[in-house]
Write a protein that binds this ligand. Structure first.
Ligand code: 5GP
Length: 173
């Protein structure tokens, strides 16, 4: 099933995941890593990444979504939040794609308010040119142009998340 122009193949994605995991493993040696997957979008990226990280870690999730209609006000709804005590944890937030940065910035501030030992962010895709809020990204897979992409966890209307690759989505593809 091809929903649009193929953009990143399953092989390219897995190679990039390996590179990110190696950098994270190097940086978190001897630390108290808590990897936090932001759902639903990172439901493929997060497990692939943590499987390849070679230092001990704990994991948890955040389920969040931003209201499309009120995106400019930055209204983000949290359906499930991290339950671990963060005061002794080096938190790594793992996200699928950063667009305006509003959602991730909201989550970042929420985590920072709980005073973790440290906080870093890993995102597979970065639509840098769309950024409205300056959120610091520590590990980035690919900086991509302003296309709407689906697959590998990313949806259109909650569909196409199961594709093992990433495509540029066109409604009438
Ligand atoms: P932001 O708050 O950064 O504007 O939006 C981030 C969220 O918007 C992502 O986690 C994702 O759910 C959604 N999003 C942004 N760009 C895309 C895209 O190109 N494709 C898909 N499927 N979702 C996107």
């Amino acid at each position: 099933m091809i929903v649009g122009k193929p953009f990143l193949s399953a092989g390219q994605i897995q190679t990039k995941v390996g590179e990110l995991a190696r950098a994270i493993s190097r940086d978190y040696a001897g630390k108290n890593l808590l990897a936090v997957g932001i759902l639903k979008g990172s439901f493929m990226f997060f497990p692939d990444l943590v499987r390849s990280i070679e230092v001990p870690l704990m994991l948890d999730f955040i389920i969040a979504s931003s209201y499309v209609k009120s995106q400019t006000t930055g209204e983000v709804k949290i359906y499930y939040d991290v339950r671990e005590d963060l005061s002794d944890k080096d938190v790594l937030l793992v996200d699928d794609i950063v667009d305006t940065g509003i959602t991730l910035n909201h989550i970042r501030e929420r985590i920072l308010a709980r005073a973790p030992l440290s906080l870093k962010i890993c995102a597979l895709l970065d639509k840098k040119e769309r950024r409205e809020v300056d959120v610091p990204l520590d590990y980035v897979g690919y900086v991509i142009p302003n296309h709407y992409v689906v697959g590998y966890g990313l949806d259109y209307d909650n569909k196409y998340r199961n594709l093992p690759y990433i495509s540029i989505f066109r409604k009438k593809a």
